[in-house]
Design a protein around this ligand. Sequence first.
Ligand SMILES: O=c1ccn([C@@H]2O[C@H](COP(=O)(O)OP(=O)(O)O[C@H]3OC[C@@H](O)[C@H](O)[C@H]3O)[C@@H](O)[C@H]2O)c(=O)[nH]1
Length: 252
Amino acid sequence: MYNPIKTLKTNTIGTLNMLGLAKRVGARLLLASTSEVYGDPEVHPQTEDYWGHVNPIGPRACYDEGKRVAETMCYAYMKQEGVEVRVARIFNTFGPRMHMNDGRVVSNFILQALQGEPLTVYGSGSQTRAFQYVSDLVNGLVALMNSNVSSPVNLGNPEEHTILEFAQLIKNLVGSRSEIQFLSEAQDDPQKRKPDIRKAKLMLAWEPVVPLEEGLNKAIHYFRKELEYQANNQYIPKPKPARIKKGRTRHS
Ligand SMILES: O=c1ccn([C@@H]2O[C@H](COP(=O)(O)OP(=O)(O)O[C@H]3OC[C@@H](O)[C@H](O)[C@H]3O)[C@@H](O)[C@H]2O)c(=O)[nH]1
């Protein structure tokens, strides 16, 4: 985690500020919560009624516990002050325009594969994740905000892969000759993760529709262009065509 204290402050004080504002102006608040509230889960796939398995003092704690208390605050404001809340538990999401140095596995593997560098697998690569394309998430968030469901809802793609399978898939899609390099395991890394999305299907009539490979190809295309742009290291703005009012010449 780049900055644990800032992460904690954003999730706690930031959410508190937003809830105060929502109360004052009568707004409905959407909390972008996370699958991390389930920690290293003992229930698989994860349903919304699972309370989670989080190490409160581990290296991920500022994020996990920050989001957990953010959820707690949402429901305190809902019960005590009548603030309308919607809570999305978002699973690993990717797509074009994600940050190159985001540090998550999708951007790391794509960049490494495009640059011919080793794909860094933490641990054995047997841990699993389920990856969701960004437009599916956006549709889920819109459906949630327009619904009357105030309890938490999982938004993710239930197609589960090991991280090693995922490394091989990205290598193939990029057509890369990168090697796969095994590094030490990340501390408290959840070993399995897959959303149970029955609630979202039933209550929001939502489910992901973009296949993994299609989404990855779009993200790869984006990253390829970004690398080309960085290699050229220049930005030449295209001149805008002059706006000429009908019936008048520009310099009259
Ligand atoms: O270079 C890498 C990066 C990551 N990994 C592994 O890939 C897996 C996924 O790691 P990521 O960093 O992409 O993120 P995680 O899935 O653990 O959590 C992330 O996505 C889900 C969201 O709810 C969380 O908010 C977000 O942090 C982990 O097992 C990690 O150890 C690698 O093997 N190599």
